[in-house]
Design a protein around this ligand. Structure first.
Ligand SMILES: *Cc1c(COP(=O)(O)O)cnc(C)c1O
Length: 378
């Protein structure tokens, strides 16, 4: 099956008793045992639930992994992945990464004894030079958030394998429809399923997918032991969201490319970050390792005062955190998603008071363009 078919067929045929096309929501906390020493395969819903199982098996297949584990949020999935490491271990992390991941590392993982360094994962020589004796893993986002930097996943994997490190990719921005890091050799993929996988701005969820059985078993242990699991209703919403992932992404990324081109020519826009533009430094690598450029873009306006005006005037595009849903959303990373990152670091990266991040949704392209046009007009 090709990916679009696999997505649509997710869960079809699971309920052989009734033949339900839509996966039933098994709203049960616990399951009756037929007799002592026997189980239907389901005992208690923290450990396993049918609706969650359909979602997890589907995601494992889509990412080409051994097993997928669903969590209550993207942050819970990343927490479970961090549990694979021990006090004293050191991680190398993409420098302009999601602010929540930075906060988790800095304020939770470090007090527990983990060490980490922020590095530019697009610079392989610099990455190799940052490896220490206690380095155990490389955690990267590609494209990064919000500057859309592209890291060569296969090249990082080659380096990581030589030095015995795990490679973890946060694939939230691309989804398995466009990019499959495990096929490029990564060991683990994490997602905020809140974004494209759910796709409708109506559910918060996360997922971790492991390439190998040993990592899968440990993640499943953490999922059950820590207990940050999603409920069956939310799993059903993400199953439904996944069915349209292919068409949603195809349309959203076509609109994103058009908007990126248009913004690049706008007199009040000084810079556009979108990997689909040929002059983006990561354009060729993105083309090589992904089947599209995604629907996220960032742009810098001419002066800081314009930011306030744009956010106030936009009518169709909502000023709201999050991304990847059918509705277009715009955020101001400096004050929102990346407020946790120290100011000096933010400025060095280019996350300044003129930068806006746009998640292109499924509204008509001309309406989106007109909305931005009237918001930017002097
Ligand atoms: C949103 C997001 C997260 C966190 O996921 P939640 O579902 O909000 O907990 C992690 N990584 C990236 C890239 C994100 O966009």
């Amino acid at each position: 099956m090709r990916l679009a078919t696999e997505l649509v067929q997710l869960g079809v045929g699971y309920d052989s008793k009734t033949g339900a096309i839509s996966t039933p929501i098994y709203q049960s906390a616990t399951f009756r045992h037929p007799a002592l020493g026997q189980s239907t395969g389901f005992d208690y819903s923290r450990t396993g639930n049918h609706t969650r199982q359909v979602l997890e098996e589907g995601l494992a297949g889509l990412e080409g992994g051994c097993r997928a584990l669903a969590f209550a949020s993207g942050m819970a999935a990343i927490t479970a992945v961090l549990c694979l490491f021990r006090p004293g271990d050191h991680l190398l992390v993409s420098e302009d990464l999601y602010g929540g991941t930075y906060r988790l590392l800095n304020q939770v993982a470090v007090p527990w004894g983990l060490e980490f360094s922020l590095v530019d994962t697009t610079d392989l020589a610099g990455l190799a030079a940052s490896i220490r004796n206690n380095t155990k893993g490389i955690f990267l986002e590609t494209p990064t958030n919000p500057l859309m930097k592209i890291t060569d996943i296969a090249a990082v994997v080659a380096l990581a394998r030589r030095r015995g490190l795990l490679t973890i990719v946060d694939n939230t921005f691309m989804t398995p429809y466009l990019q499959r890091p495990l096929e490029l050799g990564a060991d683990l993929v994490v997602h905020s399923a809140t974004k494209y996988l759910g796709g409708h701005n109506d559910v918060v969820m996360g997922v971790a997918i492991a390439a190998r059985e040993d990592l899968s078993e440990r993640l499943a242990f953490f999922q059950n032991t820590i207990g940050a699991i999603p409920g069956p209703q939310d799993c059903w919403l993400v199953i439904r969201g996944l069915k349209t992932l292919a068409v949603r992404l195809e349309q959203a990324q076509a609109s994103a490319l058009e908007l990126a081109r248009w913004l690049a020519g706008h007199p009040l826009v000084t810079r556009v970050y979108y990997p689909g533009l040929p002059d983006h430094p990561g354009h060729e690598i993105c083309k090589k390792q992904a089947s599209g450029f995604g629907a996220m873009l960032s742009f810098e306006v001419k002066d800081a005062a314009l930011v306030e005006q744009v956010l106030r005037r936009l009518k169709i595009i909502s000023f709201a955190e999050s991304l990847g849903g059918v509705e277009s959303l715009i955020t101001f990373p400096e004050r929102q998603t990346h407020a946790e990152i120290p100011a000096g670091m933010r400025l060095k990266l280019g996350i300044n008071d003129r930068l806006l991040r746009l998640s292109v949704g499924l509204e008509d392209l001309n309406d989106l363009k007109a909305d931005l046009e009237q918001a930017l007009a002097c």
